[in-house]
Design a binder for this molecule. Structure first.
Ligand code: AMP
Length: 213
């Protein structure tokens, strides 16, 4: 199966893509994770990407298209993929069409995960991660046993710069402007379905499973 998950930041694309990847054996391709990896490693790509990411802006199309193309050409993608966070602009969607045509894979379905804006802000600003072991928490939905400290390794928890409220609002504005037109793009191609992204992780996962059936 060859899937794209669309949806604003905080809609749960990453969580749901990881579950689909586990359950259906799909390659999980997250441009956000790839870019964060480059930032951590301090590569040239990471240095460039960081400036955009910290401000809540999109990394330039050419850069993101380049890393996604390379990833889609890897052998594990032949058994199926779920794209999470790509495409985010019409230019990226057009590039994806070309890449898939070149590698001879179809796009089966684009799933748009819908969540109201107030809920997105609540979800994102409450996220905390452990910079040491990578464990993630949420102040409301999945709090650590001791406030501000990682249950697994005891390290201080950290709020991603792009999860701070002003940046979150900026990311949502950018999503509306740059990624909003993607729903028309894919609906015109007849591959778009929408799924309600509110509720628990399990509830959304069940809705996705039903949709895929
Ligand atoms: P995410 O984890 O998908 O929310 O992505 C985090 C950040 O990485 C975004 O706010 C963007 O700055 C950048 N990013 C991820 N994917 C893309 C993309 N397809 N196009 C441009 N920027 C991206």
């Amino acid at each position: 199966m060859h899937l794209v998950l669309l949806g604003p930041p905080g809609a749960g694309k990453g969580t749901q893509a990881a579950l689909l990847s586990r359950d259906l054996g799909l390659a999980h391709i997250s441009t956000g994770d790839m870019l964060r990896g480059a930032v951590q490693e301090g590569t040239d790509l990471g240095l460039l990407a960081r400036e955009y990411m910290d401000q809540g802006n999109l990394v330039p199309d050419d850069v993101v298209i380049g890393i996604t193309k390379e990833r889609l050409e890897a052998p594990d993608v032949q058994t199926g993929f779920v794209l999470d966070g790509f495409p985010r602009t019409v230019k990226q969607a057009e590039a994806l069409d070309e890449i898939l045509e070149d590698i001879g894979l179809p796009l089966d379905l684009v799933i748009n995960i819908k969540v109201p804006q107030s809920e997105l802000i609540r979800r994102m600003t409450g996220r905390r991660v452990c910079p040491k072991c990578g464990e993630s928490y949420h102040l409301v939905f999945n709090p650590p046993r001791s406030l501000g400290t990682c249950d697994q390794c005891g390290h201080d928890l950290h709020q991603r710069d792009d999860d701070k409220e002003t940046t979150v609002r900026q990311r949502l504005e950018v999503y509306e402007r740059e990624s909003g037109p993607l729903t028309d793009y894919y609906s015109d191609k007849g591959v778009l379905v929408s799924v309600d992204g509110t509720g628990t992780v399990e509830q959304v996962a069940d809705r996705l499973k039903l949709t895929l059936k």
